[in-house]
Design a protein around this ligand. Structure first.
Ligand SMILES: [Zn+2]
Ligand SMILES: [Zn+2]
Length: 134
């Protein structure tokens, strides 16, 4: 699978190639800041198939948390593009940055449901995890 995408203003562009490693919606409190309040919809892709093709993202990592994720985003328009998380061997791309988000097809799991809000919806029939699978 070859996915192309970028930020809202077009300053940062990327290509991600390979087999999707996971398709999830994440309910964690941190994702709520980034999504605007809803669960974040994300697709994990192999890191070695991912590259930026235009621009350089800014990166942010909290230094007050153990094993904090690094979040990469456009420094011009602020669009969050992906996360690199300790313990996950790929890049975790925000589906909203895909040129064609319909390629996502929907999440196969819901994670971090311990932080779920009452107005979040989980598709019927998918496995849910209070934090992470396994
Ligand atoms: Zn941008
Ligand atoms: Zn999250």
């Amino acid at each position: 699978m070859r996915l192309e995408g970028g930020c809202y203003c077009g300053a940062v562009r990327y290509v991600a190639e390979g087999e999707p490693m996971m398709k999830a919606q994440c309910h964690c409190r941190e994702c709520q800041y980034i999504s605007g309040g809803s669960p974040n919809v994300i697709i994990g892709m192999p890191a070695d198939g991912f590259s930026y093709t235009k621009g350089e993202p800014k990166a942010f990592k909290r230094d007050d948390l153990p094993r904090a994720a690094t979040r990469e985003f456009c420094g011009e328009c602020g669009t969050h593009i992906l996360t690199r998380a300790a313990g996950f061997p790929g890049v975790i791309i925000k589906v909203g940055t895909l040129d064609d988000p319909s390629l996502y097809g929907g999440p196969s799991i819901a994670i971090q449901t311990a932080d779920k809000q009452s107005f979040h919806h989980i598709p019927e029939g998918i496995p849910t995890f209070e934090r992470f699978p396994g």
